[in-house]
Design a binder for this molecule. Sequence first.
Ligand SMILES: Cc1cc2nc3c(=O)[nH]c(=O)nc-3n(C[C@H](O)[C@H](O)[C@H](O)COP(=O)(O)OP(=O)(O)OC[C@H]3O[C@@H](n4cnc5c(N)ncnc54)[C@H](O)[C@@H]3O)c2cc1C
Length: 401
Amino acid sequence: MQTYTEQTRDLPVVRDVDVVVVGGGPAGLALVEQFGYLGGTATASLMACINGFRNQVEPDFTQTVRGIAEEIVLELKAMDGLGKSPYAQKSYPTTPGQMEYSYAIDTEKFKYVALKLCVDAGVDLLFHTWFADAVVADGVLRGIIVENKSGRQALMAKVVVDASGDGDVAARAGAPFWQTVKDEAPRLNDALMYRIAFGAQRPAAPMACDFGNNVVVWGPGAAPIDGTDAEQLSRAEVDTRLRVYEDFAKKQSQHPELVDARVVETPPLLGIRQTRFIEGEYKLTAEDAIEGHRFEDVVAISSCAIIHYYGYRRYLEHEGYDIPYRSLVPKRIDGLLVTGRCISSEQQPYESHRAMIPMMAIGQASGVAAALSALQGVKPRDLDVPALQKALIGQGAELRK
Ligand SMILES: Cc1cc2nc3c(=O)[nH]c(=O)nc-3n(C[C@H](O)[C@H](O)[C@H](O)COP(=O)(O)OP(=O)(O)OC[C@H]3O[C@@H](n4cnc5c(N)ncnc54)[C@H](O)[C@@H]3O)c2cc1C
């Protein structure tokens, strides 16, 4: 391949802060984000169904995620921002401690609520900004380099949280990671969601994420790709976008009531389920999820079914398994925590805790851990975990402690 040698240059340091969070998805909801709004897959890929407050089937007594995720859904309820989830589930009143397994969300209201909570909490947001590189010295991540309209800039931080979903920061910093192998690719099931509006009639049964006359439906599926490869990502966008109207015509032929419905929105980003997994101090295993293992360093809980791995929806036969803090701490690099879908996990548990409600619980845990590390001047891997758990419980998180 032909190469070009970039000139070295001095960059303005535009922030020198305690914590930088890269990625504003369900797990991030914070500082550096490529889009001009928050929500990640929930908003930028129109994945309007957020799952995982409790087990979908019995035993389901314990609401395993509370904290910020519950706060967001209650805010949405107050704004009439919840619709009908397509998933079979027991009904709950949607009050604190009484949340349903899954909710369809009004993606515009979700953008608003997430932004409002961040602004009210004093989060310093830098939108339309792309994480470009990691500043590493002696095995410690000291900050990041970003690109945006202002050019190339440096942001220095005591701790960086990688909430990019793809583990972009950790990978650039030199943390070890692995990726889906080719024969697991059919399970990826990446898809371009789209929104349709009904005309005079509509199907009687709820369709996908349903808000009455405007629903988000699952659209064209992508052939398996490596979502960290720009060429493959671009080809998948082209392929799925060119198949939207063919997909819609098929839906119309299956539901004659859609005769005067129309496609009103495709999202900016194809929904990509998984890319890199960062090698952490502990890798969650299939057995952990299936047996419902508890860990001393629990910082979040997942009670969601394992969706694709076994070829059927494998519901958990217990109330949930613990996510240990060590799965958020990458090997080899200090000054860094990973969160969201790229935490250290085998495929099977990932297919449970990647649901957006446990993602938010994991995100809350990483944010609090990063803040405590910065405040106490300790490496995230040396953080006092009981103090972290106490802080999380103080914020209303559920740890079954
Ligand atoms: C097709 C599909 C169907 C799904 N179905 C469901 C479902 O029914 N229910 C459910 O609960 N979950 C579902 N999920 C899973 C869920 O949406 C994800 O697991 C979850 O959104 C992951 O959260 P995250 O914050 O880790 O990452 P993401 O949601 O991927 O967010 C990452 C954020 O980081 C930003 N970012 C990434 N790289 C950079 C960069 N270099 N610079 C700046 N910003 C960057 C992105 O713009 C994004 O905002 C589905 C996912 C897909 C793809």
